[in-house]
Design a protein around this ligand. Structure first.
Ligand SMILES: C[S@@+](CC[C@H](N)C(=O)[O-])C[C@H]1O[C@@H](n2cnc3c(N)ncnc32)[C@H](O)[C@@H]1O
Length: 238
């Protein structure tokens, strides 16, 4: 049996971190004061209700809201972020939730199926536009995904149109005042990049400047050939 901390201890633990991003219910009625409307996004992304025994990878997990939700739905979860867990709210939330989610401080480009295995579900939420090399990162994700990818991202359909796959480079902090934002793709470009690395698109939902894409890996020989070529020659990281 798990000893529940006193409500004041829970509040103190939550208050000890001053930079919450996610709004996580860490105890009945106690929600971390994040700036992100995590529950609203959860309702939009179409996360399967039952994830029993599904190996799940949450890329760019930050405070871990989506990793903990997958665990709650039965998944065994690995959460990855290039920030150390103590530089986010993850450790505090994981302690309060008695979570078994494994946190790895790693850059998405350095993940391999040899080190982490393959996953039935990969979440890539709010991450794509933070990546200097989005196509390279998606190729890495493809090597890790054996089931389903749920990708959520900023899209610039209003600026770039919906006719051709395009991405705008966001110099400095020009996208939302954030120096870690690099690219603003349109939805067509995100879909095209996913196909390029060997996914098929199952569904796409666009709400204003955000898109949610469900994709599944294709196991064709043509893709396998091109991935081998790309991994071996064009880009050694792949
Ligand atoms: C906007 S937050 C998204 C958090 C969460 N996935 C969500 O959608 O609510 C982006 C997260 O990705 C992480 N991140 C950015 N680039 C990364 C990279 N190359 N490898 C791993 N994590 C990265 C950041 O540290 C941050 O925690």
């Amino acid at each position: 049996m798990i000893n529940q901390p006193h409500p004041a201890e829970i509040s103190n633990a939550v208050a000890a971190w001053g930079n919450w991003y996610h709004q996580i219910e860490v105890a009945p009625g106690v929600v971390t004061p994040g700036t992100h409307d995590s529950q609203a996004m959860l309702e939009r992304i179409g996360l399967p209700a039952n994830l029993a025994d599904r190996r799940t990878l949450d890329l760019g997990t930050r405070d871990g809201f989506f990793a903990f939700e997958c665990e709650r739905r039965g998944a065994s979860v690995i959460a990855v972020d290039y920030l150390p867990a103590e530089r986010t709210g993850f450790s505090i939330a994981a302690d309060l939730l008695h979570s078994k989610v494994q946190y790895h401080c790693a850059n998405v480009y350095n993940l391999t199926p040899q080190a982490f295995g393959e996953f039935d579900l990969v979440l890539m939420l709010g991450l794509l536009y933070h990546l200097p090399d989005p196509l390279g990162a998606l190729a890495v994700v493809r090597t890790l995904c054996r089931g389903k990818l749920i990708l959520e991202t900023h899209v610039a359909d209003a600026e770039l149109g919906t006719e051709r796959p395009l991405m705008a480079f966001c110099q400095g902090d020009s996208l939302n005042g954030d120096w870690t934002n690099y690219w603003a793709p349109n939805t067509l470009a995100v879909e095209a990049m996913l196909r390029e690395v060997g996914f098929t698109i199952e569904s796409t939902r666009v709400d204003a400047d955000r898109a949610i894409i469900h994709a599944a890996p294709i196991f064709g020989t043509v893709q396998a050939y091109y991935h081998r070529v790309a991994r071996g020659a064009a880009n050694p990281r792949w």
